[in-house]
Design a protein around this ligand. Structure first.
Ligand code: BTN
Length: 245
């Protein structure tokens, strides 16, 4: 059965989503959502794809997923938040994903900023992109994969591989959005406190690759903008984290 279609998406998504666009194939749902936002897409509009030819990851990386394997979507937000607090919206997507997986009795965690992990393997990544007053939250969740390319075979997993259960991508999206909506429309302090419940980076020794070199320290908190606070006082707003112990 095809578990993604415009008809099923319209039927399953809550009233919080005013409009949904399903694209069997596109370059990137984030790019499509940003373009749609420029044409006036309202808050909560969602773009979903079965396949992306130019999926975008954090830190200018690519996000690759075979057709039919993954849940690939982007949500257009028009937040009423001060610009400096909008980084928390990206964290809200990770929190919502973990809450939803927990409702399926799947124990997930977050590696700062926003990798959703099952055990120590990445099952989903989130990329927030801003343009003017709009923030687009894009998420890629591995759902049906039973294997991965050698480069990520040791570090990636999917819902199916981790649980040996089967999943319907439309239902997974609807569940994820139902947890996201109250977080993005609620007080930002709630995102920050809920993030602390799911984030496995806090309290750990980490190595952060900052591009121009690395820093090793204990991760102690996130600040009000979503940046990672290290014990030595340094805050990191973007970078790659390795959790050491
Ligand atoms: C990461 O690097 O971990 C973030 C990956 C985000 C990938 C998703 S897939 C759907 C959406 N569209 C994109 O082009 N990227 C995000």
């Amino acid at each position: 059965m095809n578990d993604l279609s415009e008809v099923r998406l319209r039927r399953h998504l809550s009233g919080w989503v005013p409009e949904v666009r399903y694209l069997p194939e596109t370059d990137s749902t984030n790019l499509q959502a940003l373009a749609w936002a420029r044409q006036g897409a309202p808050h909560g509009s969602v773009v979903v794809a079965d396949h992306q030819s130019a999926g975008r990851g954090r830190l200018d990386r690519r996000w690759l997923a075979p057709p039919g394997s993954s849940l690939l979507f982007s949500v257009v937000l028009r937040p009423e938040l001060k610009p400096e607090l909008r980084g928390l919206l990206c964290l809200a997507a990770g929190v919502a994903g973990c809450e939803f997986l927990s409702s399926l009795e799947i124990k997930a965690g977050l590696k700062w900023p926003n990798d959703i992990l099952l055990g120590d393997r990445k099952v989903a990544g989130i990329l927030a992109e801003a343009s003017g007053e709009v923030v687009v939250l894009g998420a890629g969740l591995n759902v049906h994969q039973t294997g991965f390319p050698p480069e990520i075979a040791e570090s990636a997993t999917s819902l199916a591989a981790h649980t040996a259960r089967s999943f319907d991508r439309t239902e997974v999206l609807a569940g994820w959005i139902s947890h996201l909506a109250p977080l993005v429309d609620g007080p930002p302090a709630v995102i920050r406190s809920e993030y602390g419940r799911w984030c496995s980076t806090l309290g750990r020794r980490v190595r952060v690759d900052l591009g121009e070199g690395g820093v090793e320290d204990e991760a102690v908190d996130i600040d009000g903008t979503g940046a990672l606070v290290l014990a030595g006082g340094r805050t990191v707003s973007a970078g790659d984290v390795v959790q050491l112990r």
